[in-house]
Ligand binder design. Structure first.
Ligand SMILES: NC(=O)c1ccc[n+]([C@@H]2O[C@H](COP(=O)([O-])OP(=O)(O)OC[C@H]3O[C@@H](n4cnc5c(N)ncnc54)[C@H](O)[C@@H]3O)[C@@H](O)[C@H]2O)c1
Length: 333
Protein backbone atom coordinates (compact mmCIF):
# COMPACT_ATOMS: atom_id res chain seq x y z
CA UNK A 1 0.00 0.00 0.00
CA UNK A 2 1.42 3.40 -0.89
CA UNK A 3 0.84 5.93 1.87
CA UNK A 4 0.93 9.69 1.60
CA UNK A 5 2.76 9.92 4.93
CA UNK A 6 5.55 7.38 4.44
CA UNK A 7 9.04 8.15 5.74
CA UNK A 8 10.70 11.23 4.24
CA UNK A 9 14.39 11.95 3.72
CA UNK A 10 14.52 15.51 5.12
CA UNK A 11 17.59 16.31 3.02
CA UNK A 12 15.17 16.47 0.05
CA UNK A 13 13.83 19.72 1.56
CA UNK A 14 17.19 21.52 1.35
CA UNK A 15 16.95 24.64 -0.84
CA UNK A 16 13.15 24.74 -0.72
CA UNK A 17 11.08 27.32 1.18
CA UNK A 18 9.47 26.73 4.60
CA UNK A 19 6.47 28.97 5.34
CA UNK A 20 5.52 29.26 9.02
CA UNK A 21 2.58 31.25 10.40
CA UNK A 22 2.53 32.37 14.04
CA UNK A 23 6.34 32.55 14.08
CA UNK A 24 6.88 35.97 15.66
CA UNK A 25 6.63 35.27 19.39
CA UNK A 26 9.47 32.86 20.13
CA UNK A 27 7.05 29.93 20.45
CA UNK A 28 6.49 26.74 18.45
CA UNK A 29 6.58 28.53 15.07
CA UNK A 30 9.88 30.19 15.89
CA UNK A 31 11.41 26.81 16.82
CA UNK A 32 10.17 25.37 13.51
CA UNK A 33 11.70 28.31 11.59
CA UNK A 34 15.11 27.71 13.16
CA UNK A 35 14.98 23.95 12.63
CA UNK A 36 13.95 24.40 8.98
CA UNK A 37 16.80 26.88 8.43
CA UNK A 38 19.17 24.36 10.03
CA UNK A 39 18.02 21.82 7.40
CA UNK A 40 19.09 24.30 4.70
CA UNK A 41 15.55 25.49 3.90
CA UNK A 42 14.83 29.15 3.12
CA UNK A 43 12.40 30.41 5.73
CA UNK A 44 9.41 32.74 5.69
CA UNK A 45 8.35 33.77 9.21
CA UNK A 46 4.80 35.13 9.29
CA UNK A 47 2.88 36.84 12.08
CA UNK A 48 0.44 39.65 12.70
CA UNK A 49 2.73 42.60 13.38
CA UNK A 50 5.47 44.18 11.30
CA UNK A 51 7.97 44.50 14.17
CA UNK A 52 7.55 40.81 15.14
CA UNK A 53 8.33 39.56 11.65
CA UNK A 54 11.17 42.06 11.09
CA UNK A 55 12.76 40.83 14.32
CA UNK A 56 12.32 37.16 13.33
CA UNK A 57 13.75 37.90 9.89
CA UNK A 58 16.88 39.63 11.19
CA UNK A 59 17.54 37.03 13.92
CA UNK A 60 17.20 34.21 11.37
CA UNK A 61 19.52 35.98 8.92
CA UNK A 62 22.11 36.41 11.67
CA UNK A 63 21.93 32.81 12.87
CA UNK A 64 21.66 31.16 9.45
CA UNK A 65 23.64 33.28 6.97
CA UNK A 66 23.62 30.44 4.40
CA UNK A 67 19.86 30.53 3.81
CA UNK A 68 17.50 33.30 2.76
CA UNK A 69 14.97 34.39 5.40
CA UNK A 70 12.01 36.65 4.98
CA UNK A 71 9.46 38.08 7.43
CA UNK A 72 5.92 38.80 6.21
CA UNK A 73 3.22 40.42 8.32
CA UNK A 74 -0.20 38.99 7.62
CA UNK A 75 -3.45 38.16 9.33
CA UNK A 76 -4.43 34.52 8.85
CA UNK A 77 -8.09 35.44 9.28
CA UNK A 78 -7.94 37.60 6.13
CA UNK A 79 -7.66 35.45 2.99
CA UNK A 80 -6.46 38.39 0.87
CA UNK A 81 -3.37 38.88 3.09
CA UNK A 82 -2.55 35.17 2.81
CA UNK A 83 -2.88 35.30 -0.98
CA UNK A 84 -0.68 38.42 -1.10
CA UNK A 85 1.88 36.63 1.10
CA UNK A 86 1.85 33.68 -1.31
CA UNK A 87 2.49 36.02 -4.28
CA UNK A 88 5.28 37.80 -2.41
CA UNK A 89 6.96 34.45 -1.59
CA UNK A 90 6.72 33.30 -5.21
CA UNK A 91 8.37 36.45 -6.48
CA UNK A 92 11.00 36.54 -3.72
CA UNK A 93 12.02 32.90 -4.34
CA UNK A 94 11.30 32.45 -8.05
CA UNK A 95 13.47 29.34 -8.39
CA UNK A 96 12.82 27.56 -5.10
CA UNK A 97 9.85 25.25 -4.56
CA UNK A 98 7.78 25.63 -1.41
CA UNK A 99 8.88 22.62 0.63
CA UNK A 100 6.77 23.09 3.76
CA UNK A 101 3.80 25.08 5.02
CA UNK A 102 3.18 25.16 8.77
CA UNK A 103 -0.28 26.58 9.56
CA UNK A 104 0.61 27.26 13.17
CA UNK A 105 -0.89 30.63 14.24
CA UNK A 106 -3.27 30.29 17.16
CA UNK A 107 -4.92 31.90 20.19
CA UNK A 108 -6.25 30.71 23.53
CA UNK A 109 -8.66 32.26 26.02
CA UNK A 110 -9.03 30.06 29.08
CA UNK A 111 -12.60 30.77 30.10
CA UNK A 112 -15.57 28.50 30.61
CA UNK A 113 -18.32 28.42 27.99
CA UNK A 114 -20.57 30.64 30.07
CA UNK A 115 -17.81 33.10 30.93
CA UNK A 116 -16.24 33.38 27.47
CA UNK A 117 -17.27 36.45 25.56
CA UNK A 118 -18.63 36.01 22.06
CA UNK A 119 -15.61 37.98 20.84
CA UNK A 120 -13.35 35.33 22.39
CA UNK A 121 -15.35 32.58 20.67
CA UNK A 122 -15.23 34.26 17.29
CA UNK A 123 -11.52 35.16 17.54
CA UNK A 124 -10.72 31.58 18.55
CA UNK A 125 -12.67 30.08 15.65
CA UNK A 126 -11.46 32.70 13.16
CA UNK A 127 -7.77 32.33 13.96
CA UNK A 128 -7.52 28.66 14.93
CA UNK A 129 -9.89 27.20 12.34
CA UNK A 130 -10.49 29.65 9.47
CA UNK A 131 -6.88 30.88 9.75
CA UNK A 132 -5.72 27.33 9.00
CA UNK A 133 -8.24 27.06 6.14
CA UNK A 134 -7.06 30.38 4.65
CA UNK A 135 -3.43 29.25 4.87
CA UNK A 136 -4.27 25.97 3.11
CA UNK A 137 -6.31 27.74 0.42
CA UNK A 138 -3.47 30.16 -0.30
CA UNK A 139 -0.62 27.62 -0.46
CA UNK A 140 -1.85 24.08 -1.20
CA UNK A 141 -2.65 24.73 -4.92
CA UNK A 142 1.04 25.60 -5.52
CA UNK A 143 2.20 22.50 -3.68
CA UNK A 144 -0.06 20.34 -5.84
CA UNK A 145 1.48 21.83 -9.00
CA UNK A 146 5.00 20.99 -7.82
CA UNK A 147 6.32 17.49 -8.44
CA UNK A 148 8.84 17.67 -5.59
CA UNK A 149 7.80 16.43 -2.12
CA UNK A 150 6.34 18.98 0.25
CA UNK A 151 4.82 19.09 3.71
CA UNK A 152 1.61 20.67 4.93
CA UNK A 153 1.45 20.65 8.69
CA UNK A 154 -1.35 22.23 10.70
CA UNK A 155 -0.97 22.92 14.41
CA UNK A 156 -3.81 21.50 16.49
CA UNK A 157 -3.02 20.42 20.06
CA UNK A 158 -3.26 17.36 22.26
CA UNK A 159 -6.41 19.25 23.35
CA UNK A 160 -7.81 18.48 19.88
CA UNK A 161 -7.65 14.72 20.49
CA UNK A 162 -8.83 14.32 24.08
CA UNK A 163 -12.11 14.95 25.93
CA UNK A 164 -13.27 18.54 26.10
CA UNK A 165 -12.29 19.79 29.53
CA UNK A 166 -13.54 22.54 31.82
CA UNK A 167 -12.21 25.99 31.07
CA UNK A 168 -10.92 25.75 27.52
CA UNK A 169 -13.98 24.77 25.51
CA UNK A 170 -13.53 27.26 22.69
CA UNK A 171 -9.87 26.36 22.30
CA UNK A 172 -10.50 22.62 22.36
CA UNK A 173 -13.45 22.84 20.00
CA UNK A 174 -11.25 24.76 17.54
CA UNK A 175 -8.42 22.24 17.84
CA UNK A 176 -10.77 19.27 17.35
CA UNK A 177 -11.83 21.06 14.15
CA UNK A 178 -8.20 21.43 13.04
CA UNK A 179 -7.63 17.69 13.50
CA UNK A 180 -10.77 16.87 11.47
CA UNK A 181 -10.02 19.30 8.66
CA UNK A 182 -6.43 18.07 8.40
CA UNK A 183 -7.63 14.46 8.19
CA UNK A 184 -9.98 15.62 5.41
CA UNK A 185 -7.12 17.34 3.57
CA UNK A 186 -5.10 14.15 3.73
CA UNK A 187 -7.97 12.24 2.10
CA UNK A 188 -8.49 14.97 -0.50
CA UNK A 189 -4.83 14.90 -1.60
CA UNK A 190 -3.85 11.27 -1.08
CA UNK A 191 -4.79 9.89 -4.48
CA UNK A 192 -4.04 12.81 -6.82
CA UNK A 193 -1.24 14.67 -5.04
CA UNK A 194 0.61 12.10 -2.92
CA UNK A 195 3.76 14.23 -3.12
CA UNK A 196 2.03 16.68 -0.73
CA UNK A 197 2.46 15.11 2.70
CA UNK A 198 -0.14 16.10 5.27
CA UNK A 199 0.43 16.11 9.04
CA UNK A 200 -1.32 17.43 12.14
CA UNK A 201 0.89 18.62 14.98
CA UNK A 202 -0.54 17.95 18.45
CA UNK A 203 1.85 19.45 21.01
CA UNK A 204 1.49 18.77 24.72
CA UNK A 205 3.40 21.36 26.77
CA UNK A 206 5.89 23.65 25.01
CA UNK A 207 7.42 26.87 26.38
CA UNK A 208 5.60 29.76 24.80
CA UNK A 209 3.71 32.93 25.61
CA UNK A 210 0.46 31.82 23.93
CA UNK A 211 -1.89 33.15 26.61
CA UNK A 212 -0.06 36.47 26.68
CA UNK A 213 0.22 36.83 22.89
CA UNK A 214 -3.53 36.10 22.63
CA UNK A 215 -4.35 38.82 25.16
CA UNK A 216 -1.99 41.33 23.55
CA UNK A 217 -3.44 40.71 20.09
CA UNK A 218 -6.98 41.08 21.49
CA UNK A 219 -6.05 44.45 23.07
CA UNK A 220 -4.58 45.64 19.76
CA UNK A 221 -7.72 44.51 17.95
CA UNK A 222 -9.85 46.47 20.42
CA UNK A 223 -7.68 49.58 19.92
CA UNK A 224 -6.32 49.51 23.51
CA UNK A 225 -2.70 48.93 22.49
CA UNK A 226 -0.56 50.14 19.62
CA UNK A 227 0.83 47.29 17.45
CA UNK A 228 4.00 49.38 17.00
CA UNK A 229 5.09 48.72 20.61
CA UNK A 230 4.71 44.92 20.54
CA UNK A 231 7.96 43.01 21.06
CA UNK A 232 8.62 39.28 20.49
CA UNK A 233 7.45 37.61 23.70
CA UNK A 234 9.63 36.30 26.51
CA UNK A 235 8.45 32.69 26.92
CA UNK A 236 9.93 32.35 30.41
CA UNK A 237 11.18 28.98 31.62
CA UNK A 238 9.10 26.14 32.87
CA UNK A 239 10.42 23.05 34.64
CA UNK A 240 8.70 20.46 32.51
CA UNK A 241 7.87 22.19 29.22
CA UNK A 242 9.80 21.40 26.08
CA UNK A 243 11.97 24.16 24.67
CA UNK A 244 10.81 25.29 21.27
CA UNK A 245 14.08 24.01 19.77
CA UNK A 246 13.68 20.48 21.10
CA UNK A 247 9.99 20.51 20.26
CA UNK A 248 10.85 21.37 16.65
CA UNK A 249 13.37 18.52 16.57
CA UNK A 250 10.66 16.08 17.68
CA UNK A 251 8.22 17.49 15.12
CA UNK A 252 10.70 17.05 12.26
CA UNK A 253 11.63 13.56 13.52
CA UNK A 254 7.92 12.64 13.30
CA UNK A 255 7.69 14.14 9.80
CA UNK A 256 10.76 12.12 8.76
CA UNK A 257 9.13 9.00 10.23
CA UNK A 258 5.98 9.70 8.20
CA UNK A 259 3.59 10.10 11.16
CA UNK A 260 0.26 11.84 10.52
CA UNK A 261 -0.80 12.48 14.15
CA UNK A 262 2.31 14.21 15.44
CA UNK A 263 1.77 13.99 19.19
CA UNK A 264 4.85 15.71 20.55
CA UNK A 265 4.88 14.51 24.14
CA UNK A 266 7.28 15.63 26.84
CA UNK A 267 9.53 12.58 26.62
CA UNK A 268 13.26 11.94 26.38
CA UNK A 269 15.35 12.76 24.36
CA UNK A 270 13.23 15.88 23.78
CA UNK A 271 13.16 16.79 27.51
CA UNK A 272 15.58 16.06 30.36
CA UNK A 273 13.10 14.53 32.79
CA UNK A 274 10.94 11.42 33.16
CA UNK A 275 7.55 13.03 33.73
CA UNK A 276 5.71 12.90 30.40
CA UNK A 277 2.39 14.55 29.72
CA UNK A 278 1.32 11.08 28.50
CA UNK A 279 -1.01 12.35 25.82
CA UNK A 280 -1.60 8.87 24.35
CA UNK A 281 -3.08 7.58 27.61
CA UNK A 282 -5.53 10.50 27.69
CA UNK A 283 -6.46 10.00 24.04
CA UNK A 284 -7.09 6.34 24.80
CA UNK A 285 -9.43 7.28 27.67
CA UNK A 286 -11.55 9.31 25.26
CA UNK A 287 -11.83 6.44 22.83
CA UNK A 288 -12.68 4.01 25.62
CA UNK A 289 -15.43 6.42 26.68
CA UNK A 290 -16.76 6.42 23.12
CA UNK A 291 -16.70 2.64 22.92
CA UNK A 292 -18.82 2.62 26.09
CA UNK A 293 -21.06 5.41 24.71
CA UNK A 294 -20.44 7.30 27.96
CA UNK A 295 -18.58 10.46 28.94
CA UNK A 296 -16.65 9.86 32.15
CA UNK A 297 -16.63 13.28 33.78
CA UNK A 298 -15.96 12.03 37.30
CA UNK A 299 -12.67 13.99 37.24
CA UNK A 300 -14.77 17.14 37.32
CA UNK A 301 -15.83 16.23 40.84
CA UNK A 302 -12.30 15.76 42.18
CA UNK A 303 -10.95 18.64 44.25
CA UNK A 304 -7.76 19.87 42.54
CA UNK A 305 -4.69 21.04 44.46
CA UNK A 306 -4.14 23.84 41.99
CA UNK A 307 -6.06 24.98 38.95
CA UNK A 308 -9.38 23.60 37.80
CA UNK A 309 -10.18 19.88 38.12
CA UNK A 310 -9.09 18.38 34.86
CA UNK A 311 -9.48 15.23 32.81
CA UNK A 312 -6.40 16.28 30.82
CA UNK A 313 -3.79 17.89 33.06
CA UNK A 314 -3.29 14.87 35.26
CA UNK A 315 -0.56 12.58 33.87
CA UNK A 316 2.89 11.95 35.41
CA UNK A 317 3.97 15.56 34.71
CA UNK A 318 1.11 17.02 36.72
CA UNK A 319 1.46 14.45 39.50
CA UNK A 320 5.12 15.45 39.85
CA UNK A 321 4.26 19.18 39.78
CA UNK A 322 1.79 18.52 42.58
CA UNK A 323 4.34 16.49 44.56
CA UNK A 324 7.01 19.20 44.25
CA UNK A 325 4.54 21.91 45.19
CA UNK A 326 3.60 19.99 48.33
CA UNK A 327 7.27 19.39 49.17
CA UNK A 328 8.05 23.10 48.75
CA UNK A 329 5.14 24.17 50.92
CA UNK A 330 6.21 21.70 53.64
CA UNK A 331 9.82 22.95 53.67
CA UNK A 332 8.55 26.55 53.91
CA UNK A 333 6.55 25.71 57.07
N1 LIG B 1 2.66 26.00 23.68
C1 LIG B 1 1.98 24.87 23.84
O1 LIG B 1 2.17 24.14 24.84
C2 LIG B 1 0.95 24.45 22.82
C3 LIG B 1 0.29 23.22 23.01
C4 LIG B 1 -0.62 22.81 22.05
C5 LIG B 1 -0.86 23.58 20.92
N2 LIG B 1 -0.21 24.79 20.76
C6 LIG B 1 -0.49 25.54 19.53
O2 LIG B 1 0.74 25.94 18.94
C7 LIG B 1 0.52 27.09 18.10
C8 LIG B 1 1.58 28.12 18.40
O3 LIG B 1 1.39 28.61 19.72
P1 LIG B 1 2.57 28.88 20.75
O4 LIG B 1 2.22 28.17 22.00
O5 LIG B 1 3.88 28.66 20.11
O6 LIG B 1 2.35 30.44 21.10
P2 LIG B 1 2.82 31.77 20.29
O7 LIG B 1 2.15 32.90 20.98
O8 LIG B 1 4.30 31.80 20.16
O9 LIG B 1 2.25 31.52 18.84
C9 LIG B 1 0.97 31.94 18.37
C10 LIG B 1 1.25 33.01 17.32
O10 LIG B 1 0.12 33.19 16.49
C11 LIG B 1 0.09 34.56 16.15
N3 LIG B 1 -1.25 34.95 15.70
C12 LIG B 1 -2.37 35.05 16.45
N4 LIG B 1 -3.39 35.51 15.68
C13 LIG B 1 -2.89 35.66 14.42
C14 LIG B 1 -3.44 36.09 13.20
N5 LIG B 1 -4.73 36.47 13.09
N6 LIG B 1 -2.65 36.12 12.09
C15 LIG B 1 -1.35 35.75 12.18
N7 LIG B 1 -0.76 35.35 13.32
C16 LIG B 1 -1.52 35.30 14.42
C17 LIG B 1 0.47 35.26 17.45
O11 LIG B 1 0.86 36.61 17.24
C18 LIG B 1 1.57 34.36 17.96
O12 LIG B 1 2.85 34.78 17.52
C19 LIG B 1 -0.90 27.56 18.40
O13 LIG B 1 -1.74 27.13 17.35
C20 LIG B 1 -1.25 26.85 19.71
O14 LIG B 1 -2.62 26.65 19.85
C21 LIG B 1 0.67 25.23 21.69
Amino acid sequence: MSRQQGPLDLSLLRGSVAVVTGAGNNGIGWGICKHAAGLGMHVVAMDLHENLVRSAESRLRQQFPGVECLGISCDVTRPETMEAAHRQIRSHFPDAPIGAVFANAGVIFNHTILHSTLDEWSTTMNVNVLGVVNTLRAFVPSLREQQSPSIVCTTASIGGLVRGDGGAAAYQASKHAVVALTEALSFELAARSPQVRVHVLCPCIVSSALTRSSQINARIQQGDLDAGVVEPADTGSSEFAQTTERHARQAFDLIAAGKFYMITDNVRPYVDHDFPFDGMAIVRERFENMMDLELDNSDAMQPADAGPPSSILKGPMFAEMKRRRKERSQTQK
